[in-house]
Design a protein around this ligand. Structure first.
Ligand code: ATP
Length: 242
């Protein structure tokens, strides 16, 4: 299977003495698509940043393994983080020499054929996220970390981006960890959904429904309700503490 495997052993993270993650153990298999949901402030982005190596854990160990090379890890955020003074093509080729043809091919794959020489300011939010996705994918990452990448998009654009991501992963499987507030998005895309709360993983659901999945599918609806219930309870607990 393509992609990196990820393992966390007794991982903890505190900020100024306040524990956000406590003793987290997690194994993600190569090629698995894992979504992380949870109440606001539960530590979802923190967990992703630790896996990305953008931040160091306060305790424990994180290991990434890819076959034959050091795992290439790319991250995508809610904001596109494109450089406004660089064209679409030059954003994708950021830090890369040559490979203009590869970049053109990837821009075609994300639906931006013919837009190479335009600048981010002339693109819609969804188009800018397509560029951000292309910029990650040109590296053929073993692990793709997505922090609410479609969170700022309207419902239709969001659905189109979910479909695009799924198609790209069918064509070229890799390990993905997605942080999302959208339970339906998690269920449409993932092999596994983690509910993070109280400093740890409160639920770990394997979801092996065949793809492509459909929003109206009763199997999705049942799980969606269960997860929303878990989320609402977590939010209620938080409100009670506050
Ligand atoms: N660099 C930092 N310094 C201090 N505290 C931080 C830092 N990063 C995160 N935190 C705190 O850690 C907690 C978890 O934050 P995190 O962003 O991981 O939550 P989240 O689950 O992703 O939330 P949301 O769903 O609202 O984005 C929050 O209380 C936040 O204030």
């Amino acid at each position: 299977m393509s992609g990196a495997s990820v393992s966390l052993r007794s991982v903890g993270k505190s900020f100024a003495g306040r524990t956000v993650l406590d003793d987290v153990d997690l194994d993600i298999a190569a090629g698995q698509f894992v979504s992380i949901i949870g109440p606001s402030g539960a530590g979802k982005s923190t967990l992703l940043r630790l896996v990305a190596g953008l931040d160091a854990p306060s305790g424990g160990r994180i290991e990434l393994r890819a076959t034959g090379r050091k795992a290439d890890v790319r991250m995508m955020f809610q904001e596109d983080r494109l450089l406004p003074w660089r064209s679409v093509l030059r954003n994708v080729l950021l830090g890369i020499k040559g490979r203009k043809q590869d970049a053109g091919r990837i821009l075609d794959a994300v639906g931006l054929q013919g837009r190479e020489s335009e600048f981010p300011i002339g693109l819609s939010g969804g188009q800018r996220q397509r560029v951000a996705l292309a910029r990650a994918l040109i590296h053929e990452p073993d692990l793709l970390l997505l922090d609410e990448p479609f969170g700022a998009l309207d419902a239709i654009t969001r659905a189109a981006m979910q479909l695009l991501l799924e198609q790209l992963l069918v064509a070229r499987p890799r390990t993905v960890v997605l942080v999302t507030h959208d339970v339906e998005e998690a269920l449409l895309l993932s092999d596994r959904v983690l509910l993070v709360k109280d400093g740890g993983i409160a639920r770990d659901l394997i979801f092996d429904q065949p793809r492509p999945r459909h929003r109206g599918d009763p199997a999705l609806a049942t799980l969606k309700e269960e997860l929303l219930d878990g989320l609402l309870t977590a939010e209620r607990d938080l409100a009670a503490v506050a």
